[in-house]
Design a protein around this ligand. Sequence first.
Ligand code: URA
Length: 211
Amino acid sequence: MPTTIHPSAFTFIPERPTLASLTRAAQDCTACDLYKKATQAVVGAGPREAAVFFIGEQPGDQEDLAGKPFVGPAGRVLDEALIEAGIPREEVYVTNAVKHFKWEPRGKKRIHAKPTLGEVKACRPWLETELALVKPRIIVCLGATAAQSLMGPKFKVTVERGKFFETPWAPWLTATIHPSAILRMPDADSRREARARLVEDLRGVAARLRG
Ligand code: URA
């Protein structure tokens, strides 16, 4: 198979980007192969001056169609956890480490496929530009893909969740479980416990915002 040479995502980013121009420019991105099967690139949503910046993995089926992050089932888990933790969703910025939906067909369904390290790296210029525009006080990584995109492949959410780290992109970064991981849990008890832990981690974010 011939190898495709992809241009860097940097070549698609406007010289003086805004969040709106970034979303438009991302539609032309061919920095990895994922654009070929996705409906559109899904860049983040939320106020430019948001203090809290959430990063998920990649848009899901519904996000791919809507063009907005976290509007499907995982988004509902996140919304409920934010309410319980006392963090208004309209005050946070929400985005993903990877901007195109990666999926495999299963019958008529499009099933989520995990992005490779190369795809995550190829997408990082978009994430870094969003971070540079929003300049949040706290970054919250939802799951391993988001956390490893910024903190490196050795970062383990299971070990580090709930802790706060200083970073070049924000005074604080923390990581917690991805809402989709909760939805995938096999029984109601594990889901209840995992939701409670997510809320606890988000309460830690709320406390740090106040402090
Ligand atoms: N999962 C994610 O990581 N991001 C979304 O936007 C939706 C589901």
